[in-house]
Design a protein around this ligand. Structure first.
Ligand code: ATP
Length: 236
């Protein structure tokens, strides 16, 4: 069996005395699309940020591409191909679209930029405009584009559908599935559980900082007990 691109073992995250994540273990297979779903405050962002080196876990290990990266700083992980699309997009509104993409490609020759413009014509057409002039959905495409120019082998996406209209959510999920189809592994955390589980090969349900269920996305969705207990309030 080939080694997973990401292996998380016994991960815990604390903020002072608040334990936000407790003993979380899961893998992302190479080329896979795995999702962690859970309600607001379940600990999804804390897990993503601990994997990407943005924050330091209080216990557990993270292995990326066969190496222990638990204490590797975020910028080093980006160079190694682990790239995060942060919650709330975090684009730089007062820089142009082109400048945002240049920042994403800081450690490369920027050769993926043409591909990103091809994938997102709206960004190409408006490349000299300020990123703040884009709609919410377009800003999410820019955030994803900024991660793509960094040449990820594993992309971490933190609630990419947040605050977007259903039609735009469809577009974002189509982009995520295309990214995975092109060979990049994906770890997606989402509150929009139905949507995320439909897109993913495998899903984990997170509740109050702990993984409570896991399985193929369609099986989790077909389980009425899980849907009622954890996913019942999600919009379709
Ligand atoms: P959201 O959808 O709101 O981002 P989430 O599932 O991503 O939720 P986290 O943001 O990881 O959840 O938060 C998990 C828990 O940790 C919550 O109880 C939250 O209040 C707490 N928490 C998160 N960040 C901090 C912080 N910087 N200081 C203290 N507590 C925090």
């Amino acid at each position: 069996m080939t080694e997973p691109i990401l292996s998380v073992r016994g991960l815990s995250v604390s903020y002072g005395r608040v334990q936000a994540v407790r003993d979380v273990t899961f893998d992302v297979p190479r080329g896979g699309l795995v999702t962690l779903v859970g309600a607001n405050g379940a600990g999804k962002s804390s897990i993503i940020n601990a994997i990407s080196g943005v924050l330091r876990p209080s216990a557990g290990t993270v292995r990326f591409n066969g190496a222990d990266t638990t204490r590797t700083p975020a910028h080093t992980l980006v160079r190694k191909g682990l790239v995060q699309v942060p919650e709330g997009r975090q684009i730089l509104a007062t820089l142009t679209i082109e400048e945002n993409l240049q920042l994403g490609a800081w450690h490369t020759d920027g050769s993926r930029t043409a591909e990103v413009y091809e994938r997102f014509p709206v960004l190409a057409d408006r490349r000299t405009l300020l990123a703040g002039s884009l709609s919410g959905g377009e800003q999410q495409m820019l955030a994803i584009g900024r991660a793509l120019v960094a040449e990820p082998s594993l992309m971490l996406l933190d609630e990419p559908s947040m605050g977007l209209a259903p039609r735009v959510v469809d577009e974002v999920f189509a982009v995520i599935e295309a990214i995975r189809a092109s060979g990049t592994s994906v770890l997606l955390v989402e509150q929009n559980a139905r949507r995320a589980l439909r897109a993913a090969d495998y899903g984990y349900v997170l509740s109050s900082g702990e993984l409570v269920q896991s399985g193929p996305g369609d099986e989790l969705l077909a389980d009425e007990g899980i849907v009622a207990a954890y996913l019942g309030l999600e919009r379709d």
